[in-house]
Ligand binder design. Structure first.
Ligand SMILES: Nc1ncnc2c1ncn2[C@@H]1O[C@H](COP(=O)(O)OP(=O)(O)OP(=O)(O)O)[C@@H](O)[C@H]1O
Ligand SMILES: [Mg+2]
Length: 469
């Protein structure tokens, strides 16, 4: 790889830019920006390996604001804060916000150069190693999004990670459940093993031994002892994807394993301790899965102590431009092409779509856009979902359902189109609606809340949908 690493340097002090350019230009390909706005424009048009960022950028958005915006779109990007303000408060803020280092602009340029070079080399090597180990050269673990529902999701993951128990992740197909499992791993058991099992890939006969292992001779064909994933994962995180594909008998064993933290190999009498964390996922609606009997109720209640529900993409339009730019940049980088610009028209189209396949569907559309230079939207068949019962029907509904129906309709006919026509930009949409940005965020949150309440009341099988509390 002879290509030079690319570094973006952001500072409103021209002398500093000249000095640093003189120091680094032989070894790196450099880009310069003199304000927060310029920095973000440069960040969005080219992919950078690292950024050196001054905290005080004169007028407009400051270095911390730039850092936040960059990390919302590219969480792994190494950003170094460079400053004359060496107070410990600003250093603390820099680290808290995820800067990788904090470098003061010493009068001694040679020393500064050594420090920057060493820091860059370390961070970039680390980043390359991480991307390679994540497979297919892709940075993993970065969960993009800064909408209210994404913030709530991050809080739910953090709460689940702090707890000791098992965790259930629900959400429609393509919403990012596997990414959530990896994020959970990063928080709950960093540096420990992460073992994933796609439960749909195993027959009823094989899943038990895949999970718990078997002894030699346990059944015909068991010619060797086999160590299962519960044992293999040790004190790491075991991710059971599509848990409803596991038969009821094995689900009962699973319950025992997480309840008593022990299990047995098939055909073996000895109990083995389970020291890991379990995180399971399903893209089925829980009430339906329980009714159909593909998820045992007892197991569900055990797993649901810390529920993590991943919101569908259509409920976080704000995140669509961020995700689209992120995918565009990543795809362009994979293909060794310049990152294409996503113009306002494209963003409006993307934000206006319903995304039944969620983030995965958006990812495919953007990959195709980068590869073929053309935005081709998937069929809009799903766009019109049945909704909005007549007033008569509405009047027959209990309060929560009626409120939810009206909110959904309000969102579908007013909030979503206006937000989409502003490319997902909440501040702009709020201005168009004659609201403050905060006011619109509050409404978005209310709509989300009413939906969560509906889901919660639907979660309780059988009885009790009467309480309004
Ligand atoms: N917040 C996000 N930021 C960046 N990439 C995301 C995000 N959410 C999802 N993705 C990407 O979208 C794709 C689908 O995500 P993932 O496989 O985690 O979905 P899933 O919910 O497990 O889907 P399924 O139910 O079909 O298994 C992946 O390529 C993932 O990296
Ligand atoms: Mg998945």
């Amino acid at each position: 790889m002879s290509e030079k690493l690319r570094i973006l340097i952001v500072d409103d002090d021209t002398t500093f830019l000249e000095d640093i350019s003189f120091m680094l230009r032989d070894r790196y390909e450099l880009g310069f920006a003199k304000s927060g706005a310029e920095a973000l424009a440069a960040f969005r048009s080219v992919s950078w390996d690292a950024v050196l960022l001054d905290i005080d950028l004169g007028r407009g958005i400051d270095g911390f604001g730039v850092l936040d915006a960059m990390h919302a779109e590219e969480p792994d990007l190494p950003v170094f804060m460079v400053t004359r303000d060496t107070s410990s408060a600003s250093a603390a803020t820099a680290f808290k916000k995820g800067a990788v280092d904090y470098i003061d602009k010493r009068p001694d340029l040679a020393d500064l150069e050594r420090k920057i070079t060493r820091a860059l080399r370390e961070r970039i090597l680390e980043r390359i190693a991480r991307e390679l180990s994540a497979g297919a050269g892709r940075a993993q673990g970065g969960m993009i999004g800064k909408s209210g529902p994404m913030a709530a999701l991050r809080r739910a993951i953090a709460a689940a990670a702090r707890s000791k128990g098992p965790v259930l992740v629900t959400g429609e197909t393509g919403t990012g459940k596997e990414l959530v499992a990896r994020e959970f791993h990063r928080l709950a058991a960093p540096g420990k093993p992460f073992v994933a099992v796609n439960c749909a890939a195993f027959t009823k006969e094989l899943i038990g031994s895949e999970l718990f292992g078997h002894e030699k001779g346990a059944f015909t064909g068991a010619v060797e002892r086999h160590i299962g994933k519960f044992e293999l994962v040790a004190d790491g995180v075991l991710f059971l994807d599509e848990i409803t594909e596991i038969d009821s008998g094995s689900q009962a064993k699973l319950l025992r394993a997480v309840d008593q933290m022990e299990f047995e190999r098939i055909g073996g009498g000895r109990s083995i301790r389970f020291r890991g964390r379990l995180i399971a996922s399903t893209n089925r609606a829980i009430p339906e899965a329980l009714k159909k009997g593909v998820l045992r109720e007892d197991l569900y209640y055990r797993l649901n102590a810390f529920p993590v529900a991943v919101p569908p993409l259509r409920d976080r339009i704000e995140d669509i431009p961020l995700l689209a730019r992120y995918f565009a940049r990543r795809t362009a980088r994979d293909l060794g092409m310049p990152t294409p610009e996503l113009n306002a028209e494209m963003l409006r189209t993307l934000c206006g779509h319903d995304w039944p396949g969620n983030v995965r569907e958006l990812e495919r559309v953007v990959e195709r856009l980068v590869g073929q230079g053309e935005l081709i939207m998937p069929d809009e068949l799903s766009e019109e979902r049945p909704d909005a019962s007549s007033t008569q029907d509405l009047l027959r509904l209990p309060y929560l359902e009626a409120r939810d129906t009206v909110m959904r309709e309000f969102k579908r006919r007013y909030v979503r189109p206006v937000l989409a026509s502003c490319g997902g930009n909440v501040a702009e949409a709020a201005a168009r609606m004659g609201l403050s940005e905060w006011g619109l965020r509050k409404i978005l949150m209310e709509i989300e809340d009413s939906k969560q309440q509906r889901l919660r009341s639907a979660d309780i099988p059988g009885d009790a949908k009467n309480g309004l509390s």
